[in-house]
Design a protein around this ligand. Structure first.
Ligand code: MGD
Ligand code: MGD
Ligand code: MO
Length: 693
């Protein structure tokens, strides 16, 4: 597969971007004299169309970063201090295997794997690691930190998390960019939206923050966080009373509409406008545009589901294209996630081997409540106290909610912690052993995507740097030391990457040759219904285990918690800073320089009321803690809402904390996810009198 030998010493290798992003770009990696000199987007891969984001075009800078961990490290300081000394692989792996075995002899559930999407690879993610932990019988991890509210809600509505092809947005006449900052976090979708705009389409952005995306749309509706469900109900109200329904589509392809219709009729525009903090005319105008413009498409994204009612809101919004029959056209409908399209074509059971559990049914721990769970004692409801955590592809101390508790949990002297990492992150600082991991330039992997419909393959461009090893190799070697003899523990990374997809559906030859292969999915997949539900209909009313969808106000807001809202009157959202990817890249100097320092955006009115000038250091606080950062008074923030851009490493923060010091561990209505953007705070000048909580 290594193609296009330019000279003996220069070659181009095909890869896939591993990051947690809907775009999953196809990469062309230039290697000169054994060193990667350039990472570029593949011009032939339609979604990538030759372009990469600023972050990933710096992937070589990240991989060859002087701070990269390149030998195993063993803790010499106190927990959390981040003092280590190098040790050999054999010493580290022998000790880790012995420690895990001793715990497992009492109860393997006291061991917790903790991972997310640092790489989204099917091999270096939960491939060999899943086999290992299944064989061990460790606690299972509920991977909820990002998308499970929306993912499960979409499943309730359509049967699977599936939607439009990204490419077809280019032909839409109206695009609602809803809870998404495409230019920051879904750049390649934005290219399609731009094409549509050039062809005369109207773009409307629904986002509490005036993002760079909102600025470039024709209209920006700056609703209050967590009120999307109310808006969706009012749009339905307008479609009903103004004859905007496609009754034929509803009749044939949608179940449960009469129940939802009753509910929507209770939401005239004025009611929703009051809830959303917008005008009734904005609601009416949006409904009119949505009913009249065909094809109309919704790019829904995960920003709007990080609140208590995020799941219900997704269920409601997912019904809009069913009400108007927008699905009849390939450029109409909705896209939140495309990941469900891959599900039938991935060899998940082979990759992860849940059968290795045998009769055992270990408990499940929710990654979003890791703060509380690491601090829990053994109890009947919970099971054994967590004695060991093995972290890979994640930085929970920085990214999980209520991080003071997470940090306290990881600081437990009696907790045995192993972290597979590229860098000494906030989490790695708390490890007993840090194991040096390879980057995407150095290992094999296979990828699906959640924002397009191409399967991808990643070939290593260079051998592992220093003594780094792939995640899969580490778990393979631990398995050998634990005496696991099942043949699956001998599968190579390459064999797993090449075997990840069902060859009947994903052509292995195309995948090997081009590095990507498009799934075979109809152009307008739901033009004639055919949703992946048992009866082929979308579900507007009840769904398995769920009632008729409804608007649910935030946990922390004037409606649910008036007393709290009186003390902490500002709603805080904490969407990503453009140059970071979650907490990844926070340590790449050029990207951190671009972000300068942790910021809180405030509207002039809210700043003036508190005597805060732009550039001042402020204390952002609530009952859970406080966070120091710089205020930026600008028009990105709407009145009543502050934007604490994330996710900085705590150790780069002004007082060693980040925005998650303020977020809480209450879970969403559906999908057991964190409600990061459902958070009340107050802000004070750093040394002012109000700074005393
Ligand atoms: N540059 C960059 N790209 C990224 C990431 C990154 O950190 N940096 N992260 C990646 C990951 S893991 C993910 S999950 C995706 C996330 O990307 P998205 O799914 O787009 O989600 P967010 O960035 O969380 O939020 C998107 C927008 O939703 C807005 N928002 C917040 N609350 C609400 C609300 O209640 N209603 C509405 N309508 N809007 C709201 C925010 O202001 C933000 O502008 O992006 C990926 N891409
Ligand atoms: N306040 C607030 N908090 C948030 C969010 C928010 O919007 N606001 N966003 C949330 C979201 S959407 C998400 S998805 C989570 C993300 O949280 P995480 O999944 O923890 O993402 P990252 O912070 O990027 O950390 C990933 C780590 O994996 C490492 N890594 C990358 N590749 C490899 C590899 O091949 N091997 C190994 N061993 N390690 C690797 C990287 O170096 C990095 O430190 O954060 C959540 N936290
Ligand atoms: Mo995410």
């Amino acid at each position: 597969m290594s193609s296009a030998t330019v000279s003996l010493a220069t070659r181009t290798v095909r890869g896939a971007c591993p990051h947690d992003c809907p775009d999953t770009c196809a990469l062309r990696i230039t290697v000169e004299d054994g060193r990667v000199t350039r990472v570029a987007g593949d011009p032939d891969h339609p979604p990538t169309h030759g372009a990469l984001c600023t972050k990933v075009s710096r992937y070589p800078e990240r991989s060859y970063h002087p701070d990269r961990v390149l030998t195993p490290l063993k803790r010499v300081g106190r927990k959390g201090e981040g003092r280590f000394e190098p040790c050999g692989w054999d010493e580290a792996l022998d000790d880790i295997a012995a420690r895990l075995q001793a715990i497992a002899a009492r109860d393997p559930q006291a061991i917790l794997p903790y991972s997310y999407a640092g790489t989204m690879g099917l091999v270096q993610g939960d491939g060999m690691a899943a086999r290992f932990f299944h064989r061990l019988g460790a606690s299972l991890l509920d991977r909820t930190i990002c998308s499970s509210a929306g993912g499960e809600a979409l499943t309730a509505a359509y049967g699977l998390p599936v939607g439009m092809h990204a490419e077809h947005f280019a032909e839409s006449r109206l695009i609602l960019i809803w809870g998404s900052n495409s230019i920051t976090s879904n750049l390649h979708f934005w290219t399609y939206a731009q094409q549509a705009k050039r062809n005369g389409a109207k773009l409307v952005c629904l986002d509490p923050r005036r993002t760079e995306t909102a600025e470039k749309c024709h209209q920006h509706i700056a609703l209050l966080p967590g009120t999307d469900g109310a808006l969706a109900l009012a749009l339905m109200h307008e479609l009903i009373v103004n004859d905007g329904l496609d009754l034929d589509y509803l009749e044939r392809h949608v179940a449960g509409w009469p129940e939802l219709r009753e509910r929507a009729l209770q939401w005239p525009p004025e009611r929703a406008a009051a809830e959303c903090g917008i005008t009734a005319d904005e609601v009416r105008g949006l409904a009119r545009d949505y009913a009249a413009t065909k094809p109309a498409a919704i790019r829904l994204n995960y920003g709007m589901q990080r609140v208590r009612g995020g799941g219900n809101a997704v269920r409601l919004i997912a019904m809009l294209p069913c009400l108007t029959g927008a699905w009849r056209h390939r450029a109409g409908g909705l896209l939140l996630s495309s990941s469900g399209w891959f599900r039938p074509h991935m060899r998940s059971a082979w990759l992860q081997r849940p059968d290795l559990l045998g009769e055992r049914r270990p408990r499940t721990i929710n990654m979003s409540t890791i703060g509380d769970d690491l601090l829990r004692e053994t109890s009947a409801g919970f099971g054994p106290r967590v004695e060991a955590v093995v972290v890979y592809n994640s930085n929970p101390v920085a990214v999980a909610p209520e991080s003071a508790k997470v940090a306290r949990g990881f600081a437990r002297e009696d907790l045995f912690t192993v972290v597979l990492e590229h860098f000494l992150t906030d989490t790695a600082d708390h490890a007993d052993y840090v194991l040096p991991a390879t980057t995407q330039l150095e290992h094999w992997d296979a990828h699906r995507a959640y924002g397009h419909t191409y399967a991808m393959l990643n070939e290593p461009a260079i051998p592992p740097l220093g003594q780094s090893r792939s995640n899969a190799e580490v778990f393979r070697q631990l398995a050998a030391r634990m005496g696991y003899t099942e043949p699956c523990f001998a599968d190579s990374d390459e064999a797993m990457a090449r075997g990840a997809f069902d060859p009947e559906h994903v052509d292995p030859a195309a995948l090997a040759e081009k590095g990507w292969a498009k799934l075979k999915i109809a152009d307008a997949p739901f033009a004639k219904g055919g949703f992946p539900t048992p009866d082929g209909r979308a579900r507007a009313g009840t769904a398995p285990g769920l009632g008729v969808p409804d608007y649910m106000p935030n946990y922390e807001g004037p409606r649910s918690a008036p007393e709290l809202a009186a003390r902490y009157p500002l709603a805080m959202i904490s969407p990503p800073a453009r140059h970071f990817l979650n907490s990844s890249f926070a340590n790449v100097d050029s990207l951190r320089a671009a972000e300068r320092e942790p910021l809180l955006e405030m509207h002039a009115q809210d700043a003036a009321a508190r005597g805060i000038a732009s550039g001042a250091t402020v204390r952002v606080f609530n009952d859970r803690g406080s966070y120091l950062c710089k205020a930026e008074v600008n028009a990105r923030a709407r009145p009543g809402v502050v934007n604490g851009l994330g996710v900085w490493w705590r150790k780069f923060g002004l007082a060693g904390t980040n925005v998650n010091e303020l977020t809480h561990q209450q879970l969403t209505d559906i999908g057991r996810a964190p409600a990061f953007y459902d958070c009340l705070v107050e802000v004070a000048p750093c040394d002012g009198p109000a700074a005393v909580a």
